[in-house]
Design a protein around this ligand. Structure first.
Ligand code: SAM
Length: 246
């Protein structure tokens, strides 16, 4: 199935290369930098296999939790009227971290994802969007997430917690020089985090699949590992203005 949201760096196009790399004897599958979870939603559910979704973005993880636990209430909460005024108000609510219920926060955050230009969460997209279907399809996603453990932690803690010999981690961190796209109020991925990721992966008993942009820094860091190159059109510019995070 598709993801229920677009997300910057989402693996909608690349998942056809990634999913076949998951070892068939995987007992726990852990998506460490979950985002829109295109790989998780694209892979088959294997009986007896534990699945974990993690992301450090609390607003995003709250949206997953509301779909999993309060799906029908979330469907009612969402006002899909496409309007710049609603967009600006919701953006302020999320950016200013105003007091909201988890349900209200999830609905507002989803609205920002759906109605922003290029999923940047900041500027209202003037092109018309189909905003009715996604809410109607929510029960399918609730069903898919029923047995998925949802976490909101830094990657290092997740890798250490879920590592086992038959674990398979899928890691899709912010690419080098595009880290700012994923900035939140509490977190921004930095060069030291790329190195911290390499260090924790070196210690694991399980297996991992890691995706990155092709650059010297990463090729040098992972020169002792199997690297498989895939060509694709790059949609992310490393030179956009810095923005406040959500
Ligand atoms: C390239 S996106 C993942 C896209 C995802 N594979 C998909 O298909 O949509 C990277 C994700 O890493 C998350 N992230 C950034 N820093 C993190 C950290 N320290 N620990 C865990 N997740 C983090 C961001 O919030 C973002 O959703």
């Amino acid at each position: 199935m598709k993801s229920f949201i677009p997300w910057i760096g989402g693996k909608s196009q690349l998942r056809k290369y990634i999913i076949p790399l998951i070892p068939p004897d995987t007992k726990r599958y852990i998506e460490v930098f979950g985002g829109a979870a295109w790989v998780l939603f694209g892979k088959e559910r294997t009986p007896g296999q534990m699945e974990v979704y993690n992301d450090i973005n609390g607003n995003l993880v709250n949206l997953y939790l509301q779909i999993k636990n309060n799906c029908s209430a979330l469907q009612k909460e969402i006002d899909w009227l496409q309007s710049r005024e609603i967009f600006e108000r919701y953006r302020e609510d999320i950016l200013e971290n105003v007091q909201l219920t988890d349900m209200q926060r999830a609905a507002r955050f989803w609205y920002l994802i759906k109605c922003s230009f290029g999923t940047n969460l900041h500027s209202f997209a003037t092109a018309s969007k189909n905003l009715v279907d996604p809410a109607d399809e929510l029960p399918l996603y609730r069903e898919r997430l029923k047995n998925v453990v949802i976490e909101n932690k830094d990657f290092e803690q997740i890798v250490k917690t879920y590592d086992r010999p038959k674990a398979c981690f899928f890691l899709d961190p912010p690419y080098v020089e595009t880290e700012r796209y994923y900035k939140t109020r509490l977190n921004c991925f930095e060069t030291a985090d790329h190195e911290r990721l390499k260090a924790v992966l070196r210690t694991i008993k399980g297996r991992f699949i890691l995706t990155y942009n092709d650059c010297e820094f990463i090729r040098e860091m992972y020169k002792d590992y199997n690297i498989c190159g895939v060509s694709r059109f790059n949609l992310l510019s490393p030179s956009v203005n810095n923005r406040g995070g959500v």
